[in-house]
Design a protein around this ligand. Structure first.
Ligand code: HEC
Ligand code: HEC
Length: 340
């Protein structure tokens, strides 16, 4: 107990020493000194407010960078091993694995200045002068082809730099514009007078397509037993995309009411049709064999064929490299369905 009291006493003593500043509800601590605030208060706003005096260009920056940054970020800001790349990645933001750098991603130059000054070099933060920081930021910009090497970065020229992704961010205003719509009683029945199908589950690939209707008898049977097929509603955007992709097929295939056989057979109504039955077209032996084996061009089969024609059907006459992307396959199928 005595020990405890002693400890409290010692603490009180230390805190009491700068008593001139003691304040607040608990009489602890002191107000920060203006110099201390100034040392912390280095934030820079997007419009450049808060930038210090000073300047630097890429040539000066290059030397400092080689000395203090390149061991992690590489001589050309290209990044070493897994250390961050500070340059490149232009036009990769919509890729599966985008490369986000000051050049490709950062919307504000102020963040670059602030970040470098405040936290780099990693492990030795807070050691850069303002001039060094300007020069280093200039070098990062130069490495991203955003300025020339004689551009002097300073408070005055700061807003002359255009950031590539400046318009890539939006203010999240959902709290005002949307949240209200999400509250309230949810409707659980008869919520709409008329319902429109905008997308078919088959396109999303969650429903297996009908197969096995290869004889007229079987077709009759199923049509009697099953409810009438749902009316197909095509996805207009996908059709449009497919139409563009069809340019790859056009050199050999025609489609539509007036289509003729060319190097490849007419493709009008091909989806759901048995393979190898277009009148007057001379199919390869292997296509004939597949047709005799009962091949039907369901969406699945046609997608698999188009993905890699020669692998799907050895010996096919169709000399086409293939549509690798699943989205492209879906689009072309949607287009093939749309033409009558
Ligand atoms: C010891 C390795 C190291 C050194 C040296 C170093 N950095 Fe970094 N740098 C990092 C790491 C790690 C990060 C990522 C930190 C994080 O995400 O929290 C980073 C991030 C950055 C970023 C942000 C990258 C991004 O797009 O997110 C910039 C800009 C940057 N450093 C500039 C510099 C500059 C300029 C110097 C030299 C003054 C420097 N760095 C020195 C390791 C280093
Ligand atoms: C270089 C010419 C060429 C190109 C390009 C081409 N095809 Fe073909 N296609 C053929 C030939 C030839 C056949 C007949 C194959 C056989 O008999 O083995 C064929 C057959 C087909 C068949 C089977 C038709 C049937 O009656 O059984 C489909 C479906 C088809 N192609 C779709 C496409 C689509 C879709 C594209 C574009 C993405 C395309 N093809 C691009 C030449 C081509």
């Amino acid at each position: 107990m005595l020990k405890y009291l002693n400890f409290i006493g010692a603490t009180a003593l230390i805190l009491a020493a700068p008593s001139a500043y003691a304040g607040g509800k608990h009489g602890l601590g002191r107000s920060a000194l203006p110099e201390e605030i100034a040392a912390w208060d280095g934030d820079v706003s997007p419009n450049g407010k808060g930038l210090p005096a000073g300047s630097g260009d890429a040539l000066v920056g290059e030397e400092i960078f080689a000395d203090k940054c390149a061991s992690c970020h590489g001589d050309f800001a290209e990044g070493i091993d897994n250390w961050p790349k500070l340059a490149g990645g232009i036009d990769t933001l919509d890729h599966d694995d985008p490369l986000k750098t000051v050049g490709s991603y950062w919307p504000y130059l102020s963040t670059t200045f602030d970040y470098v000054k405040r936290s780099m070099p990693f492990g030795n933060a807070g050691t850069l002068t303002d001039d060094e920081t300007y020069a280093l930021v200039a070098y990062i910009l130069y490495s991203n082809d955003m300025i020339e090497d004689d551009f002097v970065l300073s408070k005055e020229t700061f807003s002359d730099v255009a950031m590539r992704n400046a318009d890539g961010f939006i203010i999240d205003d959902r709290a005002e514009t949307e949240y209200a719509k999400w509250t309230g009683e949810p409707c659980m029945q008869n919520c709409k007078d008329d319902v429109k199908v905008t997308m078919r589950a088959m396109v999303l690939d969650v429903t297996p397509s009908e197969t096995g209707i290869d004889t007229p008898a079987a077709a009759e049977e199923t049509s009697q037993e099953e409810a009438p097929a749902a009316v197909e509603v095509l996805d207009a955007e996908l059709v449009e995309k497919g139409k563009k992709i069809f340019k790859k097929c056009k050199s050999c295939h025609q489609i539509g009411a007036k289509a003729k056989n060319k190097t490849g057979p007419i493709l009008t109504g091909i989806i759901g049709s048995p393979a190898g039955v277009v009148d007057g077209f001379k199919y390869s032996k292997s296509m004939k064999a597949a047709a005799e084996g009962g091949l039907v061009w369901t969406e699945e089969q046609i997608a698999a064929f188009l993905a890699k024609p020669k692998a799907y059907l050895k010996g096919t006459k169709m000399s086409f490299a293939g549509l690798k992307k699943e989205q492209d396959q879906l689009a072309i199928i949607e287009y093939l369905k749309s033409v009558e």
